[in-house]
Design a protein around this ligand. Sequence first.
Ligand code: AMP
Length: 284
Amino acid sequence: MATSEVQLEVVRTRGELRRALAAAPRPIGLVPTMGWLHEGHRSLIQRARSENATTVVTIFVNPRQFNSPEDLARYPRSEGRDLAICAEEAVDLVFAPPVDEVYPPGFDTTVSIGAVGQPLEGAARPGHFEGVATVVAILFALVGADRAYFGQKDAQQVMVVRRMAIDLALPTDVIACPTVREADGLALSSRNVHLSAAEREAAPILHRALLAARSRWAAGERSAKTLRQVMSDELALEPLAKVEYTSVADGQTLRELARVDGAALLSLAVRFGSTRLIDNEPLP
Ligand code: AMP
């Protein structure tokens, strides 16, 4: 048996986490996840590993960021599989706490989000980003990470978390990593598991709609209204796709644009049956 094989360390409590990290070599890289790990998560872990002496992955399905008990209840979970992936990726430490380790009895403090968290996902999912920011603030405090890695797939989440880290002087750099996609363009997401075969076949329409708008922009189109229409027209080709929003927003503020003159974010949210998918494409 190879003696160099190191066992993955899994801790469940705040105290165990602190003890495990007390002597950990720095810098520490943190990858916060809700589990059901896929290639997107792996890419974050690999980036963290390449830039840090210690890599910590958290697996916690955060009840505070769900909008309905049904959505929380059906969120996919498979800790055994997740831990195997973390071991394969040579993660140093996994923090997989029960809910009351993250939110102890009497928990009564939340992070309140400013303007960047209001539109798009903030409007569609009231309270979602407060839940995200609150758990991320707790994880940053517990891990004391030098860097934390987030996916561009959730572009507004990265912006909310980055703003919070700057505003609250948290000593963790927020690093955005590119969206990992299936060969047909569908962004990897834990929620994809809920798609029926027909919905899975239809789902790459999100990426096609974004690419259609990007190529119109590349051809010189600067009207945000036209670019939103390009996305809507493309999505309308797919009868299973129920569009929630298409957006062409300022890349810094996420306010809807009239004209695209600088950095912008094309984004959309689409339902397939009871499964809600989001995707985005930054411009330029
Ligand atoms: P989740 O477990 O869905 O909360 O995601 C954990 C982290 O992985 C978040 O920072 C996500 O943005 C990121 N992530 C999810 N899907 C992808 C993807 N397809 N490509 C890159 N990062 C992703």
